[in-house]
Every structure is written in structure tokens, then in C-alpha cells.
Unconditional design. Structure first.
Lengths: 293, 385
């Protein structure tokens, strides 16, 4: 069971400002049914340009509803410039904190607010659109968005990024990509794990090499793919070329290419030999893929 | 506030009669049944009695009953133990909707060179037996298919499956954790080789379970150590737990009819009324072939965790297959395997009843549930009036 604060429960059981403002000045819609939560925020300004009324409609869990409710409370009476300064952390703090895995609810609140302000500034024309390269296809999260949650919340691990914006929480194919974004932003802030330097074997016979490749796939690669409904099979080894096939969720995932390079190839280089490279055997990838969204 | 406990597929109340049988075994009769002295040795009879009680419920011989620490251990023992006994076969067949105790154990086998086939289910959660037959071959070591699904209550035609599988000389295991005590079993007449059950789903305490091993089934021990359970499961017997599960089996045999009549009537009243009163609701799973106590309902455009929290405020205990309740971002693997659309999968609620539930409790939930659904639908941006 989640540990929710009393403030959160209060806003969940008695949400403020439910509904849609009539003739709104700004409308922000984010999230989707497939993603498991969605928020529609509407606001109206008074003659001084301050938010006179703000209302919300939310599909989602208790924390999604509670964060939407406090968001409307927080922005009322603010100018758009002031409102735009509200961060996801402010929203979470207002509720006395959120469980780590629910932080994405606060980010959704901030996104809806931005979308609504953007909509107002474009004269009601502009709807929220994804900007920048989409990194996580499962949940439609862009590089810009990921960079932003990393910066605003000082995140250093992929797991944290997933908690804050869901990216990486579906098929998991983009996790390598997210790691790179974290590295780019946080640089040396990332904790060096006390990982032993790769202890590579000396000269291997062909059979030893193939066995080691299989072992690396079993121990280092498959568990990561399995966590997200995917799988991998070793098809063949020709000199330094390792041929593998993706199964399950991975088999037709659009991000399989990243997984291939960032996970499979990297691990094989680390544990077996630097000279290895990986190719996908597309012919044997046959199982249907349930892609979402 | 009274608790209305409609989450019996998660765990059940220990029956008073079971507790009474167990009580003397903690501070008075606390001996070790393996001891040479009478004080410990006398407990052997109690274990024998429990084995007989379990055998009666299952329709098997007492020697075919092994006591374990629970459903998960029984499943792991059955899967790993039977594979170890046929080292030359490398294929295992299971389904996409198994309990994690089976699914994770099977997926782990892939790391050890096994091929694992997960059979799919249709929209109602049913298996295609032709697909299963198609996959059986000389390399298949084990087929493990659950008796009844914990989330939807859908019952698979396990006796038929066992006949097909064992007819090909392949070992068949079934995780019957949810079925035992709700469906009459007669293992002597079936072809099931291995069957797992768990005490705490059956009004016995947590921490005790049973693995049925048909005579002649080759099984390598999973836990090694002492010679307990005829060398098939090492470790000092959990005497209170074993005595408890024995009594619970006896009670289950007595109450089977009640489970199928009274509990089913309550479940049907709850389910039919809610489906009627709540807009955008639907039933998940095969209406016909289903456990008498389970109802898995989806409410469109709203989210399960929010429903559970509102029910919780009224003391009503249920569970959900929504993503948010699990801490993962994906809804239940069972509902996804059934192709339940995202509009419904996130808003699923499972009610699971027991013989301890009353009609008054059903009426209470019927009174509280529709306003909760309406309130959340008012909040939902996807519901248009």
C-alpha cells in the first residue's frame, strides 16, 4: 500500500475545482488513457491578467487527482508569469511529499499548466504538442522533458527518471538512451558504482568464446529485457559477429536498435571481448508485439 | 468501522476451528516430530492425520502429499524438481496468465538453456487446446498450467489438459492455489502429476502449503537437508502450520457445497447489481467457467487505485489490476494477455469472497460502489455527459 500524506488524502477525497471553466482563456491537456493518467486543466484570467478561476479533470490514481487539485489551488490569483514558475517539486511539496514512484503525477501537473499557458499565449489555437526528439515511445516522452526532470529534480539514475516522467518504464528499450542524457547533464555528479574493472579472459578458443557469450546473455542481458516483457536469443556467432534475435515485447519494438547497441553490444564488449559487434536476426523475430499508445 | 473483506484471493481469515487445533502446538506440544522421545514423537500422528485430511480433500493417497512452506515453494519444487528428473528434455510450456510464482520460475529456466513457451489466451481468458497440442513434442519436459486464475477466476479445463499432456508422456503440473476448496477435486481420477496449493488461501495460516506428487512421478528434491517428508522436502516440519492446513482441508471438504451455492449467489448478486448500476462497467473473464467467489470488473475511463482508496475509506477491501497499485507502469499481465483495452484495464477491480461473507456486506458494497464510480467519472476528462 502506498504511504500517502494526510494532505494528499484530503485533496483526493475532497478535490477542489473539479470541472471545466466556461469559455476558458487557456486549456492544457496532457497524458492519455494508455499511459494510465491524463489531466485537462482550464483557466480564466481576470482583467489584471491574474488567474481568476482554474479547474481540472483527471483520469488517474489518487496522487494524480490530488496533485491536480492542489495545482488549481496553487495557481489561482497568480499572473501567468508567476504561475509558470511553479515546478513539479513545488506541487509535491505542497502535498507534503509524494511516494518516489508517484512523482510523475506532479510532473504531469506542471506539464498541463505549461500546456494551458502556451495555449493561451497562442490565442487558444495551440494544443500541447511534443517538442523535440521522442525518447520513450511507450509513454511518448521527449528528450526535452527528460532533460528537464533531471535538472529540476537533480536525478542521477534511470529508475528515478522513470519515477518522474515514466520514460523507460514500458519496454525499457530507451533506458540506455536515458542513461546518456543523465550523463550529459549530470556529468561527474553520477555516483561511480564500485564496479570491478572488467576482468576479461585471456585468449579464448572458439567454443569458450561462444560459451562466454551465451553466459553473458543469460546473466547480464536477459534479466534486463525480461523486466520489460522482452527476451533475447543467441542465434549464431561468426568470428566477431554475434547474431541475436529479440523476442516478446522487444521483437518489434521501435527502440530495439538502441537496446541492441547500448545494452547487448556494450555488455558483450565488457564481458567477452572488445572486438565483438552485434547483429539482429530479423527473420526469426516473429511474435506479435503489443505496442501501446 | 467494520471491515468488509472481499479480497480472499489475496489471503483468507484463519478459521477459528483451525486456530483451535493449532493452539496447543506452540507452548505445550512444541516438540520435534523427528525426536526419539514421546514428547516430540507423538506429533508424528498429528502430521499423519493432517496428511490424511489433505488427501481426502484432494482425492489422493496420503503418501502423495508433501507439506511445503506455501504455494510458491510448491510451484518451484514442482517445476525445478520435475525438470531435474528428465535432464535430456529442454522445453517447458506454460501460459501468459500464470501467477508470478510459476511465470518467474519458468522465465528463470530460460537462463539455463530451456525454451519456454507461454500460451496465449483469448478475450475471455480461455486457452486454445489445439495450440497446446500443437506445441507438445519429444523435447517437452513439463507443462505447467494453472487450475484457476487468481485475478479473473477463470477456470481452465485442467483435467482435459492433463489427459492430453500426460498421454504424450509429458509431466503435467497445475498451480491450484485458487481452485482448492472452491472446486471439487478427485486427483485419483485425473491425470494431474503435480498440484500446488497454499494454506492461507484456504483459511489456514500463511507459511504452509502442499505439493501433491502422483505416485510414480519422478521429482528431484528442491530443499535438501534432513530426511523429513520421506526425503522429498527437507526441513523440520512446521507442525502448527501442517496441523492447521489439515484441519482447513477437512473444513474445505465440508464447505465445498456452500462455497458453490451461498458464495456464488453472493458473488452473482454483487456482480450483476454493480454491472447494472455502474455506467461503463464490464466483466473480465469467461462468465461460465469461473470460480464461484471471484468477480473481476472494469470501470471505463477511471483508475483502479483511486477506486480502491475510496472503497478503503468505507472499510471495503478489494484489489485491482491497475498499473498504479503495483508500482509498475503497466496494468496487470493477465488483463493485457486477454487484450482488455487500456480504457478498461487501468480501471479493474477484483472482488473475491469467502464463506465468511454475508449478504449484508454485499448490500453494503452495492450501496457504496456506484457513487464512487460516479464521482471518479465526474473527475475523468474522458467521460462526456
Amino acid at each position: 500500500m502506498w504511504e500517502y500524506t494526510d494532505e494528499l488524502k484530503e485533496h483526493f477525497f475532497n478535490p477542489r475545482n473539479v470541472g471545466e471553466v466556461e469559455n476558458p482563456d487557456g486549456v492544457g491537456e496532457v497524458g492519455s488513457l494508455a499511459c494510465g493518467d491524463a489531466l485537462k486543466l482550464t483557466f480564466k484570467l481576470d482583467e489584471n491578467g491574474r488567474i481568476k478561476d482554474a479547474q481540472f479533470k483527471t483520469f488517474g490514481c489518487a496522487s494524480a487527482i490530488a496533485t491536480s487539485s492542489v495545482l488549481t489551488e496553487m495557481i489561482k490569483g497568480k499572473t501567468l508569469e508567476e504561475a509558470a514558475k511553479v515546478t513539479n517539486k513545488d506541487i509535491a511539496d505542497y502535498l507534503g511529499g509524494l511516494p518516489e514512484q508517484k512523482m510523475h503525477c506532479s510532473v504531469m501537473g506542471r506539464e498541463a499548466l505549461e500546456a494551458a499557458i502556451e495555449n493561451y499565449r497562442s490565442g487558444g489555437k495551440k494544443k500541447h504538442e511534443l517538442e523535440g526528439r521522442v525518447v520513450c515511445n511507450c509513454f511518448g516522452v521527449t528528450e526535452n522533458e527528460i532533460e528537464r526532470v533531471i535538472k529540476e529534480n537533480n536525478l542521477t539514475t534511470v529508475e528515478e527518471v522513470t519515477n518522474y516522467c515514466k520514460a523507460g518504464g514500458g519496454c525499457g528499450g530507451c533506458q540506455g538512451d536515458i542513461e546518456k542524457i543523465i550523463e550529459k547533464i549530470q556529468g561527474d555528479k553520477i555516483e561511480e558504482l564500485p564496479a570491478a574493472a572488467p576482468r576479461r579472459p585471456g585468449k579464448l578458443t572458439n567454443i569458450q568464446k561462444i560459451q562466454l557469450i551465451q553466459q553473458t546473455i543469460n546473466e547480464q542481458i536477459r534479466p534486463a529485457l525480461r523486466a520489460h516483457g522482452g527476451n533475447i536469443e543467441l542465434i549464431d556467432v561468426e568470428d566477431d559477429k554475434v547474431i541475436v534475435a529479440f523476442r516478446g515485447m522487444c521483437s518489434q519494438c521501435m527502440l530495439a536498435e538502441y537496446t541492441m547497441k547500448d545494452l547487448v553490444q556494450a555488455k558483450l564488449k565488457e564481458f567477452v571481448s572488445d572486438t565483438l559487434f552485434v547483429e539482429e536476426d530479423k527473420d526469426s523475430a516473429s511474435e506479435p508485439h503489443e505496442h501501446r499508445g | 468501522m467494520e471491515t468488509v473483506y472481499f479480497d480472499n484471493n489475496a489471503t483468507t481469515k484463519v478459521a477459528e476451528e483451525v486456530l483451535e487445533e493449532m493452539k496447543p502446538l506452540f507452548c505445550d506440544l512444541y516438540g520435534n516430530p523427528s525426536s526419539m522421545h514421546t514428547f516430540g514423537g507423538q506429533l508424528g500422528c498429528k502430521i499423519r492425520k493432517a496428511r490424511e485430511q489433505a488427501a481426502t480433500l484432494l482425492g489422493c493417497e496420503p503418501t502423495e502429499v508433501i507439506f511445503t512452506s506455501g504455494g510458491t515453494e510448491s510451484d518451484n519444487t514442482a517445476i525445478k524438481g520435475s525438470l531435474a528428473a528428465v535432464p535430456n528434455r529442454r522445453k517447458v510450456i506454460t501460459t501468459r496468465v500464470e501467477h508470478p510464482a510459476v511465470l518467474a520460475a519458468c522465465r528463470d529456466l530460460e537462463n539455463h538453456g530451456y525454451t519456454v513457451i507461454e500460451l496465449s489466451v483469448d478475450k475471455e481468458g480461455r486457452l486454445d487446446l489445439a495450440e497446446l497440442e500443437d506445441k507438445l513434442d519429444d523435447d517437452t519436459a513439463l507443462v505447467t498450467i494453472m487450475y484457476a486464475n487468481n485475478e479473473t477466476g477463470v477456470v481452465f479445463p485442467v483435467d482435459k489438459i492433463a489427459e492430453v499432456v500426460t498421454g504424450r508422456g509429458i509431466v503435467f503440473h497445475t498451480d491450484a492455489v485458487q481452485a482448492v476448496g472452491k472446486i471439487p477435486l478427485n486427483l485419483a481420477k485425473s491425470n494431474i502429476d503435480l498440484l500446488s496449493l497454499s494454506g492461507h488461501k484456504l483459511h489456514a495460516p500463511k507459511g504452509v502449503g502442499i505439493l501433491y506428487v502422483r505416485k510414480g512421478t519422478r521429482l528431484a528434491p528442491f530443499m535438501v537437508g534432513g530426511h523429513q517428508e520421506a526425503g522429498r522436502r527437507a526441513g523440520t516440519e512446521n507442525v502448527p502450520g501442517i496441523v492447521g492446513i489439515g484441519k482447513a482441508c477437512e473444513l474445505a471438504a465440508q464447505n465445498l457445497e456452500e462455497e458453490n451455492n451461498k458464495v456464488k449467489l453472493l458473488r452473482d448478486k454483487l456482480e450483476n447489481t454493480l454491472l447494472q448500476m455502474c455506467p461503463g462497467s464490464r466483466l473480465n473473464g469467461d462468465r461460465e467457467n469461473r470460480l464461484p467467489n471471484t468477480s473481476n470488473l472494469s470501470f471505463e475511463y477511471i483508475e483502479g487505485e483511486a477506486i480502491l482508496l475510496m472503497l478503503d475509506k468505507f472499510g471495503i477491501c478489494a484489489s485491482s489490476g491497475s498499473a498504479c497499485t503495483s508500482g509498475s507502469l503497466e496494468p496487470s499481465h493477465v488483463l493485457r494477455a486477454m487484450g482488455v483495452p487500456f480504457t478498461s484495464a487501468h480501471g479493474s477491480v477484483r472482488f473475491s469472497l469467502s464463506r465468511y461473507n454475508t449478504e449484508a456486506e454485499v448490500d453494503y458494497v452495492i450501496e457504496k460502489m456506484p457513487p464512487i464510480i460516479n464521482k471518479l467519472r465526474e473527475l475523468s476528462p474522458f467521460v462526456t455527459k
